[in-house]
Design a protein around this ligand. Structure first.
Ligand code: FAD
Length: 597
């Protein structure tokens, strides 16, 4: 069976030492997450993930979800009890407002806990993740009555949430959607239509399921500007908040799919179901974006989380599996063969994953802190800058971390040789489970277009210029630091590549949009590499300081320096390749007529 150990110490190192989370104690909720509280939360979350969720990962995959003839859906054995523990433990609402029963702690803590949950059991974690996304939309856009009705029960984990966008003919292009909403004259609407691929659309984990549904009010204009958001509960709440009658929304089928078998992916049929508008008419996409942006970051975390658990297993296997001899002579002459970890190619594989994981975790936590600043800072300028950061980094984190996260599960599987292909070790499940993260919440191609087409030029390039400026200022500040040279010089080269790519796009995309479209994925990855390189420099700086100060944990800090060096020497140079592809333009991609494909 696959193993998992929560990366608690690494999270604490990043929060306490690298990002000095204590600096933000002026923000609401931060003093409540004092250092000892942070440790307790992460350790308890780690235990829950290691002891409860990890064992259910393989069994949940094998058993999957089952739809009964009456439309009800059973989740795999053990999920119900684990979800009860999750709710009772208060994990859903770590960062939810105290007035709704949450703990009001920084969002950063939720993100750190979510990484652990996903590593332990991605399918299970999605029921909670979608609920947290729905909560975010209701808290921002819900009426006071809607908040009072739904939010506390969802925070307690008694009711769960879903996100209903996709229809069979309408995925990326949501302007095509057909589900319609008819006003009833009493403030409610009747929703009619069919949604597909709805994660957690039906299940047996909670007393009620709160669907957030995109639909078009009768008479609204076609396209995305005619789309509104509705809250449609599976069971209608009675006036006193208790469960009333069943709404006419049912699960028509569940999908047979490649992975995340423990998560029910449902066809949801709305047959005149009662719902209520959330936010303004025809501005549903804005409200849904609140949910989607959070969800996109959460999906980026899925990329890291699966890469992390795959790494842990591959590293353990590589120390155990005996095959061949080290190129430099037998390391263990008394054994029949050396463990495969002696082979440079196996090391290359493990270091590639590790160098990604540790910097990706830093990038996620840094961005989660920006999310806290954007939502909690009293300072307008700080909020604006943090919001710019979030906008810019959301597609990067979603797209880059899930592309690389999936690739890393394959690299980790390869460490097992043929045994990686066999279900027993759990590696093929990580590959299957992580694949979806590149597709949902907007495919990664769409993330890249969002970055290049919207986020980069937005507000005259304010967000990207702020990031480039921050990295430049950092490089200047470290230019005379000999100990940092090995790290900052490659980052300076990568930043120059990114600036050049940005300039090339500014000059070559406006008149030829295909140049932007063809460059987008490479640009997103180039951007991601620079961001990860910057994270490594920030980590190295602190690791060097700790080592110089003789603080404990020298083994881990020394390993940080080696891993950073690997990243700088063997991963960051890929920026060159991305730049070359970007500058090649769109012609060779676009030249063949469609009927020649
Ligand atoms: C397991 C699973 C769970 C899901 N959960 C949910 C959920 O909970 N709620 C929900 O609403 N949906 C959910 N989805 C749906 C998911 O978000 C969509 O599948 C996804 O957004 C892509 O839409 P599509 O599949 O229709 O692909 P399409 O939109 O048909 O895209 C096909 C391909 O064309 C590309 N493409 C499309 N348009 C463009 C363009 N303008 N420019 C460049 N390339 C383009 C895409 O990148 C993609 O590669 C889920 C899907 C799955 C498989």
């Amino acid at each position: 069976m696959a193993i998992y150990e929560a990366p608690t110490e690494d999270v604490l190192f990043l929060l306490d030492d690298v990002f000095r989370i204590g600096r933000y104690d002026n923000l609401p909720g931060f003093t409540d997450a004092a250092p000892d509280i942070r440790r307790v939360i992460l350790e308890e979350a780690g235990k829950f993930c290691e002891q409860v969720l990890t064992p259910l990962n393989r069994t949940g995959d094998a058993e999957g979800c089952a739809r009964h003839p009456d439309g009800s859906v059973a989740t795999p054995h053990g999920f119900k009890e684990a979800f009860r523990q999750y709710g009772d433990g208060g994990w859903m609402g770590i960062s939810a407002p105290v007035e709704f029963g949450g703990q009001g702690l920084p969002e950063t803590m939720t993100v750190a806990v979510n990484e652990m949950m996903i590593s332990a059991n991605m399918a299970f974690s999605m029921y909670a993740g979608l609920t947290q996304g729905a909560l975010a939309a209701l808290i921002v856009y819900g009426t006071p009555e809607q908040k009072a009705t739904y939010v506390p029960k969802m925070v307690a984990g008694r009711w769960t949430g879903t996100m209903n966008l996709t229809e069979s003919h309408c995925g990326t292009d949501l302007g095509l959607l057909r589900t319609r909403a008819t006003p009833q004259g009493d403030g409610s609407y009747r929703l009619t239509g069919s949604k597909i691929f709805i994660s957690g659309g039906e299940h047996d984990l909670s007393e009620n399921i709160v669907h957030l549904v995109l639909a078009r009010i009768e008479g609204a204009q076609p396209g995305i500007r005619g789309v509104s958001l509705f809250v449609v509960p599976k069971i209608l709440p009675a006036a006193d908040g208790s469960l009333g009658r069943r709404n006419s929304v049912t699960c028509g089928a569940i999908e047979e799919k490649m992975g995340i078998h423990g998560n029910a992916t449902c066809v949801m049929n709305y047959d005149g179901a009662t719902g209520w508008l959330v936010g303004e008419e025809n501005r549903g996409i804005n409200a849904m974006f609140t949910m989607m942006n959070g969800a996109r970051l959460a999906v980026g975390v899925q990329g890291l989380a699966l890469s992390e658990v795959a790494y842990q297993n591959a590293a353990a296997y590589a120390k155990d599996r005996l095959q061949g001899r080290a190129l430099t002579g037998a390391s263990f002459p008394d054994r029949a063969a050396d463990p495969i970890i002696v082979h440079p190619d196996v090391r290359r594989a493990l270091m590639t994953i590790r160098a990604f994981n540790e910097s990706a975790r830093a990038l996620i936590l840094w961005t989660a802190l920006q999310s806290d600043i954007a939502h909690r800072s009293p300072d307008d300028k700080a909020r604006q800058a943090a919001d710019d950061h979030m906008g810019l980094f959301t597609p990067v984190i979603k797209g880059v971390l899930t592309d690389i996260g999936f690739a890393n599960t394959v690299v980790a599987q390869q460490v097992y040789g043929g045994h990686g292909y066999i279900a027993e070790h759990g590696m093929e499940q990580f590959v299957r489970d992580s694949r979806i993260a590149m597709m949902y919440e907007g495919t990664n191609g769409i993330q890249a277009l969002d970055l290049v087409g919207r986020k980069l030029p937005r507000d005259g390039g304010r967000a990207s210029q702020a990031f480039f400026g921050e990295v430049s200022a950092y490089l200047n500040a470290k230019s005379a630091d000999e100990a940092m040279k090995r790290y900052v010089d490659p980052l300076a080269g990568a930043l120059a590549d990114l600036r050049q790519a940005t300039m090339w796009l500014a000059q070559n995309a406006p008149g030829k949009p295909d140049n932007a479209g063809a460059a987008a994925t490479d640009y997103m990855h180039l951007f991601g590499l620079v961001a990860l390189g910057y994270m490594w420099c920030r980590i190295v700086e602190i690791a060097q300081m700790k080592l110089a100060g003789g603080a404990g944990d020298t083994v881990r800090m020394k390993a940080k320096l080696v891993t950073a060096r690997f990243f700088m020497e063997r991963m960051l140079p890929e920026t060159r390749v991305h730049l070359a592809r970007i500058q090649a333009g769109a012609e060779s991609a676009m030249q063949l007529p469609a009927d020649e494909f």
